[in-house]
Design a protein around this ligand. Structure first.
Ligand code: SF4
Length: 873
C-alpha cells in the first residue's frame, strides 16, 4: 500500500490530523492515530473529504474583466489597479478580506504586504464573525490572545460547562473525546444553550437560558462562588487584579439570575453548587458566546470565574475558546485581524517600530484598520476603493448581506482569490485568481489548542491554480517590493514568521515560535506552541504581570422582539455542512442529513403562525426574507427560531441567512450579533410544487422558490411557484435544456404533471409537478438518472415515481458514513426490537463510523420507546 500523506482537516478548529492514500478510483481519508487532536478519530465531514476533490466546480485560470487570462496579465492588472487606487485615495482605500480557511503562510504574506508595504491595517477576516470576542476577552484579561489549556483538559476535568457551543455538530471529535471521558470517568457535563441540541445527549444538566443572558448566569455564579468560599484567595492575591470591582459588578442572587435567564431556580442552584464544588472545571465556549453585541463581556464573565477560582493553567481546568475554522488561530498569530499588527503584537509604538525594523518596511501602518462590518460599510460609501478577498464568501456570510452585495457592486476594484469558479461573491469580481484547494495546499494551520500542524499536498495544482501566498508575493513584486517577498516556498515564509515571533521577545510575549524557525518544514510534526498549558506559573502578559478581572454587567441583545417581529431568530451550523458549502456541497452523502435549509420552531409558535411540520415558511426580519422548510421541535424555546448559515444563491432561492441579520457589533471586538434578530414567520403557500431529478442543475425558470442538492446519481431540485405561467416557463426551460418534448403524463383535473426526458435512451431528467409536495421515491429515482430506460415498463415505472417493492426510500440520512436513513433505522428498531445504539450498529452499521450520528440514534430509540409505552398505556 502506498505511503499515506499526513495532513490536516480543512474544516473546524478541532484540527484533526488525517492520513490520505490512493484508493480505487479516488482517495481514502482516515484519522491520523498519531495526531494529538483526534488520535485517529474523524467526524462525518472529515470522513467524506475524499468525495470533495473533483475539479468540476474549480476556478482553473485567472479571469480579468470577464476574460480568461494568464498569470502575468492578472498580476499586472491587480498591481496596477491597487497602486492606482492608493494613489487616488491613500493607503486606506485598499483592504484585504481574508479567511480562517487560509494557511498561516498565506495570511502572513497578505498581512505583511498591507501593514508593512502598502501602509494600511485594513486586513480583516471572516474569523471576525466567529471568535473576535474571544480574542478581545483574552487580551483584556491576560494581556495576550492566549488559549490557556489543551484538549486533554476536557478529559481530565470533573465538570465541563459547554456555553453557547453545539460541540456535537460544530466540533464533533472534541465531542467524541468528551463523551468517552464521561463514560470512563463520570465527567459531569452542563450545557448552557437556548436550544436543546445534540450536545445535550451527554448533558447532566441543560440550562436553556434566554438568549443573550449568559452574563447574568455567570455573574450569579461568581457571586455564589464568593459566598460559598470557592474563590482561590492565594491565586487572586498574587496573580489577579480587579477581583473586588468585578465581584461588586457581578453581585446577583440566585433568584435574580434565574429570572433574568428564564430558567428554573432549582436548576440554577444545582449548576452553581456543582461548579463551586468542582476544582477541575473547564468552560468551553464558542459562537453562542462570541456572536453577540456583548460578546467581549460574556467572554470576560467566563474568564473572571476561572481567574477568581484559580482554575486556569492546571490539568483539567480553564476557559476554553473553541474556534470555528481550521486556521482562525493561525490568522490571529500572524496578525490577520485589523486590530492586531503581527505575531500577537498590537499597534503600540514599540511594536510598530519593532515590526518595521524586522520587515524593513517602508510604509508601516501605525493604527488599527477597519473591522469586517465597518470595512464593508466603507466599501459601500466609497472610502475603500480596492478590495482583495481571499477564500471566503462575504456576500453570504456577513450580516447585512444585501448591503455587502451593493458595496461589492459599486467597488471599482474587487479581486477574489478562490478555488471554486462560482460563488455569490465571485460574481462581483473584476479579477478572479485561481487558488489551490485542500489536497493541493502546502503550509501550516493552528487549531484551537495552539497545536500547529502541517497541511501537505497529495495532489498537483490543476491547470493554473496557485497558492495564495504566491499570488500575494507576485503582486508585491510587481509593486516594487520584490526583496521582501522573495520566498521560494511556504517553508521560507514559516521560518520568517517564526523568527518575527521570537524577535526581541525574551518571554515578554506569549507567542514565540523561535524554536521552530530552523525546523525541517517537510517533516514538521504537530507541536503546541507555549507548551500544553499556559499561566500555570500565575504570570500573565499584562504590564503588571497579573491577570485583570474586568467588571461586567448583563446587557440584553441590541434589538428586542416587538409587535411587528415577535420572534427571535438564531443562526448556526448543521452537522454535515461547512460554511457556504463550496466543498461539502460536492458530497451527496453530506447532503443526506439536512438536504435543505429548515427553520426550527417550537410547536406553540408553529400553531400561532399556522405552520405545519414539513411545510414551507417565509422567515422575515426588518432586513430581508428567506424561505425554509418548517421543522417543528420542542428543542426550541417558545418565541425562538433557528436557521442555518450555509445556503447561498447557488444552492437555493431565498435562503441566505446573512440577508436577514443587521450589523450590530460588539463595541470592543467588532464581532456581529448573529444570534438575536427579531423576526416573524408566515406560511409560504405557492400553488404548485415540483421535484426535478436530472444529470445536472438546470436553471429553475418560472419557480418562485427552489433548493438544490446532490444525491447518489443525480442532481435534485425541489421547486415551487404560483400560476400557470411559471409552470409553462419551467417546462419550456427544461425542453430547451434536454432537447425537446418529454414523455409525459398529465392529469389536469388534479393539477399533476410528470415528464421524463430520455436522451440517447438514457434518462436525462424527470420532473413531477403537483399542487402539493410530490410524494415520490426520490432516492430510487435519483439512481435511475443516466440509466438506460430501454423498455416501456422502465419508463412507466419512472413516471409513476414508485420504487419496486423492497426498495423504498430511506428518508433523510442519519449516518453519513454508511448512508443509513431515518426510515430504515425506525423500521429496524421496530421490527428487530433494537434497544441500544450498539444494537443499531450491529444491525445496520449506523453509528459505528465517525459517531457523529449517535445523539440522533439515541433520540430515535427514545421516541420508539415512548411510542411503545404509549401503545401499552
Ligand atoms: Fe474535521 Fe470533523 Fe475533525 Fe472538525 S472534528 S477537524 S470537521 S474531522
Amino acid at each position: 500500500m502506498a505511503d499515506a500523506v499526513r495532513t490536516t482537516c480543512p474544516y473546524c478548529g478541532t484540527g484533526c490530523g488525517l492520513r490520505v492514500r490512493p484508493a480505487a478510483g479516488g482517495w481514502q481519508v482516515t484519522g491520523d492515530p498519531d495526531h494529538p487532536a483526534n488520535v485517529g478519530r474523524l467526524c462525518s465531514k472529515g470522513a467524506m473529504l475524499g468525495e470533495t476533490l473533483g475539479l468540476e466546480s474549480r476556478l482553473l485560470h485567472p479571469v480579468v474583466d470577464g476574460k480568461q487570462a494568464d498569470w502575468p496579465t492578472a498580476i499586472a492588472a491587480a498591481a496596477g489597479r491597487i497602486a492606482a487606487a492608493i494613489a487616488r485615495g491613500g493607503p486606506d482605500s485598499f483592504a484585504f478580506y481574508l479567511s480562517g480557511q487560509l494557511l498561516t503562510e498565506d495570511y502572513y504574506a497578505a498581512n505583511k504586504l498591507a501593514k508593512g508595504f502598502l501602509g494600511t491595517a485594513n486586513v480583516d477576516t471572516n474569523s471576525r464573525l466567529c471568535m473576535a470576542s474571544a480574542v478581545a476577552g483574552h487580551r483584556r484579561a491576560f494581556g495576550s490572545d492566549t488559549v490557556p489549556g489543551c484538549y486533554e483538559d476536557l478529559e481530565l476535568a470533573d465538570l465541563v460547562v459547554l456555553a453557547g457551543s453545539n460541540l456535537a455538530w460544530c466540533h464533533p471529535v472534541l465531542f467524541q473525546r468528551l463523551r468517552k471521558a464521561r463514560e470512563e470517568r463520570g465527567t459531569r457535563v452542563v450545557v448552557v444553550d437556548p436550544r436543546r441540541t445534540d450536545t445535550c445527549d451527554i448533558a447532566d444538566l441543560h440550562l436553556a437560558i434566554r438568549p443573550g443572558s449568559d452574563v447574568a448566569l455567570l455573574n450569579g455564579l461568581l457571586s455564589h462562588c464568593a459566598d460559598a468560599g470557592a474563590l482561590d484567595g492565594e491565586f487572586t492575591r498574587w496573580h489577579v487584579t480587579g477581583l473586588d470591582d468585578a465581584l461588586r459588578a457581578a453581585r446577583m442572587s440566585v433568584p435574580e439570575a434565574a429570572a433574568l435567564c428564564g430558567v428554573e431556580e432549582g436548576a440554577v442552584r444545582r449548576f452553581y453548587g456543582w461548579f463551586a464544588a468542582t476544582p477541575r472545571t473547564v468552560t468551553v465556549f464558542s459562537q453562542g458566546i462570541n456572536q453577540s453585541s456583548a460578546g467581549t463581556d460574556k467572554v470576560g464573565a467566563i474568564l473572571n470565574l476561572h481567574l477568581a477560582t484559580g482554575r486556569i493553567g492546571r490539568p483539567g481546568t480553564g476557559p476554553f475558546s473553541v474556534t470555528g475554522q481550521p486556521n482562525a488561530m493561525g490568522g490571529r498569530e500572524v496578525g490577520g485581524l485589523a486590530n492586531q499588527l503581527a505575531a500577537h503584537m498590537g499597534f503600540d509604538p514599540a511594536s510598530v517600530d519593532r515590526v518595521r525594523r524586522f520587515w524593513g518596511a517602508p510604509a508601516m501602518a501605525t493604527r488599527e484598520g477597519l473591522k469586517a462590518v465597518d470595512l464593508f460599510r466603507a466599501v459601500a460609501d466609497g472610502r475603500v476603493q480596492a478590495l482583495w478577498i481571499m477564500g471566503t464568501n462575504p456576500a453570504v456570510s456577513l450580516p447585512e448581506a444585501d448591503l455587502v452585495r451593493r458595496a461589492l457592486a459599486r467597488c471599482p476594484l474587487v479581486i477574489v482569490s478562490d478555488c471554486v469558479a462560482d460563488t455569490d461573491t465571485l460574481r462581483f469580481a473584476h479579477i478572479r485568481l485561481p487558488a489551490v484547494a485542500w489536497g493541493e495546499k502546502n503550509g501550516t494551520v493552528t487549531n484551537s489548542d495552539r497545536t500547529v500542524s502541517r497541511q501537505r499536498p497529495f495532489l498537483p495544482p490543476p491547470a493554473l491554480a496557485k497558492p495564495d501566498w504566491w499570488a500575494v508575493a507576485s503582486v508585491a513584486k510587481a509593486l516594487g517590493f520584490g526583496p521582501a517577498f522573495a520566498w521560494e516556498g511556504p517553508a521560507d515564509i514559516f521560518a520568517e514568521h517564526a523568527r518575527l515571533s521570537a524577535f526581541e521577545n525574551g518571554g515578554s510575549r506569549d507567542f514565540d515560535l523561535g524554536d521552530a524557525a530552523g525546523a525541517d518544514y517537510d517533516a514538521l510534526a504537530p507541536f503546541q506552541w507555549g507548551g500544553r498549558r499556559m499561566f500555570g506559573d500565575g504570570r500573565f502578559f499584562t504590564a503588571d504581570g497579573r491577570a485583570h478581572m474586568v467588571p461586567v454587567t448583563y446587557r440584553p441583545p441590541a434589538e428586542a422582539p416587538g409587535p411587528d417581529f415577535p420572534l427571535r431568530l438564531n443562526t448556526g451550523r448543521y452537522r454535515d455542512q461547512w460554511h457556504t458549502m463550496t466543498r461539502t456541497g460536492l458530497s451527496s452523502r453530506l447532503f443526506g442529513h439536512r438536504p435543505e435549509p429548515m427553520v426550527d420552531i417550537h410547536p406553540e409558535d408553529a400553531r400561532g403562525s399556522r405552520l405545519a411540520d414539513g411545510g414551507l415558511a417565509r422567515v422575515e426580519t426588518r432586513l430581508g426574507t428567506m424561505v425554509a422548510r418548517v421543522a417543528v421541535t420542542d428543542g426550541q424555546r417558545p418565541g425562538e427560531i433557528f436557521v442555518p448559515i450555509h445556503w447561498t444563491d447557488r444552492f437555493a432561492a431565498r435562503a441566505v441567512a446573512g440577508r436577514l441579520i443587521p450589523g450590530h457589533t460588539d463595541p470592543v471586538s467588532g464581532q456581529p450579533e448573529s444570534k438575536h434578530v427579531p423576526a416573524r414567520l408566515a406560511p409560504f403557500a405557492p400553488s404548485w410544487f415540483g421535484l426535478l431529478l436530472a444529470r445536472d442543475f438546470p436553471e429553475p425558470d418560472g419557480a418562485e422558490w427552489w433548493v438544490r442538492r446532490r444525491a447518489e446519481g443525480a442532481c435534485v431540485t425541489e421547486l415551487a411557484g404560483s400560476g400557470h405561467a411559471g409552470r409553462r416557463a419551467l417546462l419550456a426551460g427544461l425542453e430547451a435544456a434536454y432537447g425537446g418534448e418529454p414523455i409525459q403524463v398529465f392529469d389536469p383535473g388534479r393539477g399533476i404533471a410528470r415528464c421524463a426526458w430520455i436522451v440517447d435512451g438514457r434518462l436525462a431528467a424527470v420532473l413531477f409537478l403537483a399542487p402539493h409536495r410530490p410524494g415520490v421515491a426520490s432516492q430510487w429515482l435519483a439512481g435511475q438518472v443516466g440509466r438506460d430506460l430501454a423498455t416501456a415498463e422502465d419508463r412507466l415505472a419512472v413516471l409513476a415515481g414508485k420504487a419496486p417493492a423492497g426498495r423504498g426510500d430511506d428518508g433523510p440520512i442519519v449516518c453519513a458514513c454508511f448512508s443509513v436513513g431515518v426510515a430504515r433505522i425506525e423500521r429496524a428498531i421496530r421490527e428487530r426490537a433494537l434497544v441500544s445504539v450498539a444494537d443499531i450498529g450491529g444491525a445496520l452499521g449506523a453509528g459505528t463510523g465517525c459517531g457523529s450520528c449517535v445523539p440522533e440514534l439515541r433520540r430515535l430509540l427514545s421516541s420508539a420507546s415512548e411510542g411503545r409505552v404509549a401503545a401499552l398505556g
